[in-house]
Design a protein. Structure first.
Length: 136
């Protein structure tokens, strides 16, 4: 309706007016609002696009959180980011070092020892106590 009135060169202004003092347009608006609130059926059936996007995003995050909670993988990362929604609110500059720390992967001694790329101090100490001299 506002677009139609605008095309007819009407000027529309929104201002505050005191309620229930006999202003015809305001009393009519109150009456129509009360009638609409008493109806069981909804006359406006379209949902705004932004609301649909918001609901889909919330559902996706809930599903993601459920999967995140159930998986046994990514335990090192879960220690840093147990709640997906909180993680999504943080601005994080992703660097190779950050990724190595959070995922537990990368050129860190514990990870390299796991794949027998290096010998850990602990294994060297065990070998020393068994034979007296360190071996690699």
């Amino acid at each position: 309706m506002a677009i139609t009135l605008g095309k007819c060169n009407w000027t529309i202004k929104f201002t505050w007016i005191k309620a229930h003092v006999g202003i015809y347009g305001n009393e009519l608006a109150d009456k129509l609002a009360k009638e609409a609130s008493r109806k069981d059926d909804i006359s406006f059936k379209r949902i705004p696009k932004i609301e649909t996007i918001h609901q889909l995003r919330e559902q996706s995050i809930a599903k993601w959180q459920n999967q995140w909670d159930r998986t046994t993988k990514g335990q090192a990362t879960k220690q840093f980011f147990p709640i997906i929604k909180v993680r999504l609110t943080k601005k994080i500059k992703l660097t190779p070092n950050f990724a190595a720390i959070v995922t537990g992967h990368g050129k860190i001694k514990a990870y390299l020892h796991r794949f027998k790329t290096i010998v850990s101090r602990l294994s060297m100490q065990r070998k020393r106590t068994n034979s007296g001299t360190p071996t690699l």
